[in-house]
Design a protein around this ligand. Structure first.
Ligand code: KIV
Length: 270
């Protein structure tokens, strides 16, 4: 066993991600659900792995994320966090696992203590829940725009914040989320101009999916960008297997494209 400083890779922290935003360095993120992909994504230099409740769709084969349980999330989070050396690991709090501050704290603790997550993500402008978690020392990533756990209320997977009233509500929510102590924000399926404004105004890093090129970072669902999804690949994603003969190469190409601001283009934006 060698313990030379030069071969120790350090885990990224929330401070590293904030420093990247300050430097104007793009933050790359992919979803991950198991140890093999975790190791591969980690090796490719992707900064964040999100154990998304999208696993309900791409791993479990459901049509929404609603059936995913906290035990499912703990299991997959542990698989991912055990295999990485550098990437920051965020785990989703699934549907109804943060219906009260106490409930949220109990479930977030499971993701961190048993799953090894460094941060938890929850959907919507839930300021009371966010500040309660942050008070317990739990780092929180917000998620605004399209909220897949609210799909039955929204009535479909569509672009959010298209009219002025909706856009102003998302801007106000984003600001309050930051005030409540959220350390990161995911913006999903919103017009590129709106995401640009929010990314510029907030001091915390904003990670976009279907939110244009001007976010501080990008995230995609792994199986979409490898083009092995069960359902049709969403317009905001891209098949990175077209640029590579191997899965490792496709992940590397995605990381480079994000870092060099070559992804997304207007083709994948709204
Ligand atoms: O569940 C998930 O994978 C997500 C991303 C799409 C942001 O929340």
């Amino acid at each position: 066993m060698s313990h030379h400083a030069c071969d120790t890779v350090k885990l990224l922290t929330i401070n590293d991600l904030s420093a990247m935003k300050k430097r104007g360095e793009k933050i790359s993120c992919l979803t991950a659900y198991d140890a093999s992909f975790s190791a591969l994504i980690d090796k490719s230099g992707v900064d964040i792995m999100l154990v998304g409740d999208s696993l309900g769709m791409v791993v479990q084969g459901h049509s929404t994320t609603i059936p995913v349980t906290i035990d499912d999330m703990v299991y997959h989070t542990r698989c991912v966090s055990s295999a990485r050396k550098r990437a920051f690991v965020i785990a989703d709090l699934p549907f109804m696992s943060y219906s009260s501050p106490e409930n949220a704290a109990t479930n977030a603790a499971k993701l961190m203590q048993m799953g090894g997550a460094q941060m938890v993500k929850l959907e919507g402008p839930r300021m009371e829940i966010i500040s309660f978690l942050v008070d317990q020392g739990i780092p929180v990533c917000g998620h605004l725009g399209l909220l897949p756990q609210s799909i039955n209320r929204l009535g479909g997977y569509k672009v959010q914040g298209k009219d002025l009233v909706e856009a102003e509500k998302i801007i106000a929510d984003a600001y309050q989320l930051q005030q409540s102590g959220a350390g990161l924000l995911v913006l999903e399926c919103v017009p590129a101009m709106l995401a640009k404004e929010i990314s510029t105004r907030l001091s915390i890093p904003v990670i976009g999916i279907g939110a244009g090129i001007d976010c501080d970072g990008q995230v995609l669902v792994l199986y979409d960008m490898l083009d092995i999804g069960i359902v049709k690949r969403p317009r905001f994603s891209r098949n990175f297997m077209q640029e590579s003969a191997t899965i490792e190469g496709a992940i590397h190409a995605y990381n480079e494209a994000v870092k060099q601001s070559r992804f997304p283009t207007s083709e994948q934006s709204f």
